[in-house]
Write a protein that binds this ligand. Structure first.
Ligand code: 13P
Length: 249
């Protein structure tokens, strides 16, 4: 059976001391969750937070990694470096990286392969912008994103990735997709995975919802058969809020 997951994405928030304080608080209050719990932190927190959480149930994720192995790429952080911090996951393909840092399907394909080659599990984000949703093109968009960056993987490798459907119009806007809207497209995504890799891989694939998910709407979203948890931005920055979403399971 597939895993349910609640994952935080801190984005570019929290300095080192603030991040350590939040991770410490989470470690104290999250003890026996009914789902896997992950926090995605900026690179600079990874080593310290991984060490801090090593005996806890909370796992650690990066928010990005480089599309190159190593070498003269000033300012970049490789998948191998991320792995060496103790992190287990790596968020890739977030819409903010696609929109603001020009991450193309090809670049993301490289990043996913490097993450997997370094034994990191990608949390691969897909989702349409508002104009695409208004034009009824959301299915087309997520299909192209999957085909462009992850459907080249072997079934074995695909089985290691987590998908996150994040409609861009719902991120940080307070406009959550309704449980019906989210379930509909999650079922479509699972269907695409089944067509490509078969029913068993599709059944085992965790598909998270992200976009203004909070303590109030999480239970309604997670109650759907194809919504296996959430990727949480704003509400992952306060321990109590994040815990309340974990408790929705
Ligand atoms: P918000 O929860 O702040 O809308 O962000 C969602 C997100 O982008 C998680 O990756």
């Amino acid at each position: 059976m597939r895993k349910n997951i609640v994952a935080g994405n801190w984005k570019m928030n929290k300095n080192l001391q603030e991040g350590v304080a939040l991770a410490t608080e989470l470690k104290e209050i999250v003890s026996n969750p009914n789902c896997e719990v992950i926090i995605g932190t900026p690179f600079i927190h990874l080593a310290t937070v991984s060490e801090l959480l090593k005996d806890s149930v909370i796992k650690v994720s990066a928010e990005n990694c480089a599309d190159k192995v190593s070498g003269a790429y000033t300012g970049e952080v490789s998948a191998e470096m991320v792995k060496s911090t103790g992190a287990e996951y790596c968020i890739l393909g977030h819409s903010e990286r696609r929109a603001y840092y020009g991450e193309t399907y090809e670049i993301l394909k490289e990043k996913v392969q490097l993450a997997l080659a370094n034994d990191l599990k990608p949390i691969f984000c897909i989702g349409e912008v508002k104009e695409e949703r208004e034009a009824g093109k959301q299915n087309e968009v997520v299909k192209a994103q999957l085909e462009g960056s992850v459907f080249n993987l072997s079934a074995e490798d695909f089985g290691k990735i987590v998908l996150a459907y994040e409609p861009v119009w719902a991120i940080g806007t307070g406009l959550t997709a309704t449980p019906e809207q989210a379930q509909e497209i999650h079922a479509y995504i699972r269907g695409l995975v089944a067509e490509k890799y078969g029913n068993e891989v599709a059944d085992n694939c965790t598909i998270l919802y992200g976009g203004s998910c909070n303590a109030k709407n999480a239970a309604g979203l997670f109650a759907n058969p194809d919504i296996d948890g959430g990727l949480i931005g704003g509400a992952s920055l306060k321990a109590e809020d994040f815990k309340a979403i974990i408790d929705a399971f």
